[in-house]
Design a protein around this ligand. Structure first.
Ligand code: ADP
Ligand code: MG
Length: 259
């Protein structure tokens, strides 16, 4: 059965994400220290760890908002090595395969909800306005927000804005999605609506890396849990196992603070 949130094109082409020996410093601050991790196509990896451990920087290196100092990132069959930057055209092509959703929604405040979703499709994919808006309306319908099409983001709740941000990313046909604490700015009861959309996306086979403190979501939805501290992966494995029986003292401490 075709999934409601993904096009057939996405489903056929979900990408894996491979991170190999990635390092990144800001000045003398070593923020990512030789990180390697592997995300299978269609799987969900939850990424947890204390504030400042490098989670956001890692996601930003995956979609190339940051340039790593060393290492390699592969999305699908396209690799980029820190030492040999890709030509701008290839960089854009790689970035286009990865959708990203931020804690702060980042919708365009001066555009309507419909234009927020349609405009990037026109700009980045060269779709006609008609096609882009039709696609936007279909996706809005599927997350229950069709009636918000003509509204500006400020007239939408935080949970609605985040669902719109997810749909905006999906409209571009990504082959993997990165989420950076997508519910941290939301009240718990509103976060639930956003988590439900993410769960549906996971169920339909999207490759996802999710930075989150929502341990129930991590336990129920993710296939793999990665724990970071001080720019390193300190522990990783099956989410239920790590939550019930962490091997590292620092994992234990972090979990007892968030669970
Ligand atoms: P997390 O998402 O786990 O809280 P971040 O990746 O945001 O961690 O930050 C890790 C470290 O990198 C922090 O010490 C932070 O201050 C630093 N950092 C992040 N982005 C920048 C930047 N653009 N310039 C300088 N330092 C940064
Ligand atoms: Mg962060």
């Amino acid at each position: 059965m075709p999934s409601p949130l993904l096009t057939q094109q996405n489903e056929l082409a979900m990408a894996g994400v491979e991170i190999e020996h990635l390092s990144k410093s800001f000045g003398s601050n070593l923020v990512l220290d030789d990180i390697s991790m592997s995300v299978r196509p269609g799987s969900v990896t939850a990424l947890i760890g204390p504030s400042g451990s490098g989670k956001s920087t890692l996601l930003r290196c995956v979609n190339l908002l940051e340039t790593p100092d060393a290492g390699r990132v592969t999305v699908g069959s396209q690799s980029i090595d820190a030492g040999t930057p890709l030509p701008a055209k290839d960089l854009l092509a790689l970035r286009r395969q990865i959708g990203m959703v931020f804690q702060s929604f980042n919708l365009f405040p001066h555009l309507t909800v419909l234009r927020n979703i349609a405009f990037p499709q026109e700009r980045i994919l060269g779709r006609s306005r008609e096609e882009a808006e039709a696609r936007a309306l279909t996706l809005l319908e599927r997350v229950g927000l069709r009636d918000k099409a003509g509204a500006h983001p400020a007239r939408c709740s935080g949970g609605q804005q985040q669902r719109i941000a997810i749909v905006r990313a999906l409209a571009l046909g990504p082959r993997a999605m990165l989420f950076d604490e997508p519910t941290s700015a939301l009240d718990p009861e509103v976060g639930v609506e956003v988590l439900a959309v993410m769960r549906e996306l996971a169920d339909t086979g999207m490759t996802m890396i999710v930075v989150t403190h929502e341990m129930q979501f991590a336990r129920d939805v993710s296939d793999h849990l990665v724990v970071m501290a001080d720019g390193r992966i300190i522990e990783e494995g099956e989410p239920g196992r790590i939550m019930s029986d962490p091997r590292e003292e620092r994992t234990r401490r972090f979990l007892s603070a968030v669970m």
